[in-house]
Design a binder for this molecule. Structure first.
Ligand code: FAD
Length: 403
């Protein structure tokens, strides 16, 4: 039995996890160091993900997918990221990009784009701009009426799977006078003249995945609008709510791999005539990581089961991503330390995990932004009396004035 807490997977989830494990063993583990070293997008891995049905895992059955639960998605994502965080990132981009279509698309949009996703042709989520990352309400790209459709103009940056994806859901300002309620979401594709990827980021980690810009000066017909006009920010934030649970799962995968490397090496490696794990300085840190990793797994599991978008699910998703990414940092730091000089050098997997972990605290909501949104949730709950203590507060000089 593992010392780590294991989620109680049902039969269907176990079957998908077994598929992921088989792919890990045969394809993703052997490729992980190579795609990192060469910063090469693994098209052959995407083919494997599509052939096995994993790209359509979360797509509803009526659109050709498997209609699996978010909890199953978490189990699969964690397993893939345990083998290769870049492959995990590619997989996460599939779910993030298809989220707006699944949640808010028209029947025709679902029929077309979701069958593309199932076939392995991803949709990317294009929200971030130079002046709008943590603050998506500040986006400057525009959508203006033109003929029977819209002209989209602007530049998106840091687009996961950019260039590898054919389709993009782009968030632009259609009604500037409405502020955050003036943002709308549109589908565009690299086949549309004026929609182009022109730059790729040279990254610290996740070097097998891709991150690009997306330049827009393109006409799209009216039926490319996703959801209602002016609801784009709501669509983006609701999609990110699920996305954060998936990124928490990526953190679990990275943390698990790092913990397994650290525990195995600490038991195998001998210094001063005994295994390194016999020193409490190391073994107590392993005990702490095992405890926190188990807690992060439980929290992510709970967040995956929380259900429809609500203040509670938003808080759980934020907590899961915040905590799992910080546990991953602790685990990779320990793995590097346990390997000593080797941990600092390629091709040691701890060195790669250390670089791959850094993104977890940045994308789909930085740790600061997650703490900010949790602080607001706490303030709202306390303001509505939901955190009222059982014991009335007696004060030295009678009632305090709160005005
Ligand atoms: C590899 C990678 C993949 C990505 N994939 C995608 C994608 O697929 N689609 C997409 O749209 N975007 C994507 N992003 C963008 C990512 O979501 C943003 O980089 C992230 O949200 C942070 O935004 P920013 O880079 O503009 O930083 P900023 O928002 O400028 O923040 C800079 C720093 O200030 C802190 N900060 C900002 N505001 C506050 C505040 N109010 N209180 C406290 N601290 C604050 C932040 O936490 C951060 O530390 C990706 C980024 C990377 C690197």
């Amino acid at each position: 039995m593992s010392v780590l807490w294991e989620p109680p997977l049902n039969k269907e989830a176990k079957r998908w996890v077994d598929i992921a494990r088989e792919l890990n063993r045969d394809h993703f583990v052997p490729l992980a160091a190579e795609i990192d070293r060469e910063q090469r997008y693994p098209w052959e891995s995407v083919e494997k993900l599509a052939e096995s049905g994993l790209t359509g895992l979360l797509v509803p059955r009526e659109y050709g997918g498997s209609g699996a639960s978010l909890a199953t998605g978490v189990a699969v994502m964690s397993e893939l990221s345990r083998a290769c965080a870049s492959t995990g990132a590619i997989y996460a981009a599939y779910s993030l990009g298809s989220g707006p279509v699944i949640g808010f698309g028209t029947e025709e949009q679902k029929q077309f784009y979701l069958s593309e996703v199932v076939a392995g042709r991803a949709v990317s989520f294009a929200l971030t701009e130079r002046g709008a990352g943590s603050d998506p309400a500040a986006i400057a790209s525009t959508g203006t009426p033109e003929g029977d459709g819209w002209r989209l103009r602007g530049e998106k940056i840091f687009i996961g799977n950019g260039g590898a994806s054919k389709h993009y859901v782009a968030f632009v300002v259609t009604d500037p006078e409405q502020g955050p309620r003036g943002i709308s979401a549109f589908m565009t594709s690299l086949d549309d003249p004026g929609t182009a990827v022109t730059k790729y980021a040279d990254r610290l980690g996740l070097r097998g995945a891709r991150t690009s810009n997306l330049e827009l000066d393109t006409y799209v017909p009216a039926d490319r609008l996703v959801g209602e006009r002016g609801r784009g920010l709501r669509i983006a934030l609701s999609t990110l709510n699920t996305g954060r649970v998936i990124i928490a799962a990526q953190g679990l995968g990275v943390a698990t791999a790092a913990f397994e490397h650290a525990a195995t090496e600490a038991t195998r490696r001998r210094t001063f005539g005994r295994p390194v794990i016999d020193n409490q300085g190391i073994s107590f840190r392993l005990a702490d990581v095992a405890t926190r990793l188990s807690a992060a797994r439980m929290l992510t599991w709970e967040a995956a089961h929380a259900g429809a978008d609500s203040p509670r699910t938003r808080a759980l998703a934020s907590m899961a991503k915040l905590y799992a990414s910080e546990v991953a940092k602790e685990a990779v730091d320990l793995a590097v330390r346990v390997f000593g000089g080797d941990g600092y050098c390629k091709p040691n997997p701890a060195e790669r995990l250390y670089r791959d972990q850094r993104i977890l605290e940045i994308y789909e909501g930085t740790s600061e932004i997650l703490r900010l949104s949790l602080s607001r949730a706490i303030s709202d709950a306390a303001g509505s009396g939901l955190l009222e203590p059982l014991e009335p507060v007696a004060t030295a000089y009678g009632h305090r004035a709160f005005a």
